[in-house]
Design a protein around this ligand. Structure first.
Ligand code: NAD
Length: 498
């Protein structure tokens, strides 16, 4: 059986390792096994990173940027290969896998401009003969712990900025689709990145705990589900690290009575069912405002959902493919049952879906609930599958309150033709990323990505200037160059520049 190993700066014998299964979601079989690392391995990885990092930090920023330029070029050349590899382990369709890689590449493009971004601040004459300047220096060794659902984009959100700012970066990707992260490591080397600056270690909780406790690691960026994000945040911070930890989501799409419903249905189908709903910026909740809107929307949604094509991930005509594992499929179907038990109306049932010739694949059909209410557990929790829940609201204020009061606050969208309502909504909603007639408002790479409430722990977002801030520490130098003519008396009060 194919074995997926760590990508390390040194030779490593995996004979005594633990292993995890990597499935083929299209067929349900095991296609490879991945080596799972432990604390002893991590010690060696951190040592290799510590050896390599000072020289990398000393490379001038334009040379570090040139590695990013070459890496971007290489990923583009290997786009098809990477997309197929990604799709074969995750199950998302090829075009969507390319989007996953492209959104990561956009952060690499941002990192190509790192010399400009790292320029720092300078004040001449902050006091008599005194100048002050601030520079950003790398943290040293940073780690990224990433989820299964974006095996290219999320590792690149973190690594591109961490590396360009002069850190050594260790990636602990999801053990469910580990191959693309390893390929990215190979391409970084080919692009001219020194050995030890980007390493990949595979593992599960054992490895994550070792990372959180390791004294040689200065910063940990995590993306995954909220309970684990919270745990990672607390344990990492307790060990004195800088931690950002992004969690789960339950994004709402609010539909005003004046919205273009055909456009809304188009947008909703893509945002609720694309990637089988396995996106932290998916739109699994739709909130029509007013009875008339709800009736008209439902009427248009039912045939649009019936027209969705679920297929294997290499089917160019398929709208979405299988979910990532048998366990996740069972969990989604259990949530559908919970929705039924709680009294929501199951309008379209995606359970029991099979694809001819792929009966063991992890497929879930598109599912629609109506009359979902905020007290239902199936509404409160993230399902992370192709399940759309309709929660009816009587008016704008009621609709605004739903995403604002929800435990998650990652993304939200408003569909309307009314500029005043849009402005009001964007200003008042308690959610980190807002789309106005944009169903999946994932910010571009030079802005920053991050949710509110239980969707993110810590105070810095991913990529853009927030990413630069996370992966660097500020050093402020106050300097004077006396000419020797004025020694004066010792000062026993706090110095002022007055
Ligand atoms: P997950 O929480 O199961 O896994 C994330 C990472 O944590 C993986 O690397 C995994 O190996 C590790 N891990 C798993 N169990 C652990 C444990 N008990 N202790 C320590 N580490 C552990 O998440 P997932 O299923 O891979 O990804 C889906 C989740 O990620 C969803 O909740 C989704 O909303 C969320 N997500 C959030 C964002 C965001 O930016 N907010 C982006 C993508 C995905």
């Amino acid at each position: 059986m194919r074995e997926i190993s760590h990508k390390l700066a040194f030779a490593h014998d995996t004979a005594s390792a633990r292993y995890g299964d990597v499935f083929d979601p299209n067929n349900g079989g095991v296609q490879a096994r991945v080596t799972l690392g432990d604390a002893a391995l991590l010690d060696r990885v951190v040592e290799a990173a510590q050896k390599a990092q000072p020289a990398w930090a000393a490379v001038n920023p334009q040379r570090r940027a040139r590695v990013m330029f070459r890496f971007k070029d290489l990923v583009e050349q290997h786009m098809d290969e990477l997309a197929h590899l990604l799709s074969s382990e995750h199950g998302k369709v090829i075009a969507d896998a390319k989007g996953d890689i492209q959104r990561g590449l956009e952060v690499v493009e941002f990192a190509c401009g790192i010399p400009h971004v790292l320029k720092g601040e300078f004040t001449q004459g902050a006091g008599t003969g005194i100048d002050v300047f601030s520079t950003r220096q790398p943290i040293g060794i940073g780690v990224g712990i990433t989820p299964f659902n974006f095996p290219a984009m999320i590792p690149l959100w973190m690594s591109a900025v961490a590396i360009a700012t002069g850190n050594a970066f260790i990636l602990k990707p999801s053990e469910r689709d580990p191959s693309v992260p390893v390929r990215l490591g190979e391409l970084f080397l080919e692009a001219g990145l020194p050995e030890g600056i980007f390493q990949v270690v595979h593992g599960d909780k054992e490895m994550v705990d070792a990372i959180l406790d390791h004294p040689g690691i200065g910063a940990v960026s995590f993306v995954g589900s909220s309970d684990i994000a919270h745990y990672v945040y607390n344990r990492g911070v307790a060990a004195g690290k800088r931690v950002q930890a992004m969690g789960g989501a339950k994004n709402h799409g609010v539909v005003m009575p004046d919205a273009d419903l055909d456009q809304v249905v188009n947008d909703l189908c893509g945002a609720a069912f694309g990637s089988a709903g396995e996106r932290c910026m998916a739109l699994p909740v739709v909130v029509p405002v007013g009875e008339k809107t709800a009736i008209a929307l439902r009427e248009k949604l039912i045939p649009a959902i019936a027209a969705l094509r679920v297929g294997v991930s290499t089917d160019a005509e398929a709208h979405y493919g299988p979910v990532v594992s048998a366990q996740h499929k069972a969990k989604i179907e259990q949530w559908i049952q919970t929705g039924v038990d709680e009294g929501a109306e199951l309008v379209v049932d995606g359970r029991g879906f099979t694809l001819q010739g792929h009966e063991k694949g992890f497929f879930v059909g598109p599912t629609l609930f109506d009359h979902v209410t905020p007290d239902m557990q199936a509404y409160k929790e993230e399902i992370f599958g192709p399940v759309l829940q309709m929660v009816r609201a009587d008016n704008f204020e009621e609709a605004l309150a739903l995403p604002s009061k929800h435990q998650y606050g990652n993304g939200v969208a408003l569909f309307t033709r009314n500029g005043h309502a849009a402005r009001e909504f964007a200003a008042r909603v308690e959610v980190g990323m807002v789309g106005i007639n944009v169903p999946i408002p994932v910010p571009v790479a030079y802005h920053t990505f991050g949710g509110w409430k239980r969707s993110a722990f810590g105070d810095t977002n991913q990529h853009g200037m927030e990413g630069v801030k996370f992966w660097t520490k500020v050093k402020t130098v106050t300097q004077r160059w006396p000419d020797g003519g004025e020694s004066g008396d010792s000062a026993f009060v706090i110095p002022t520049m007055g």
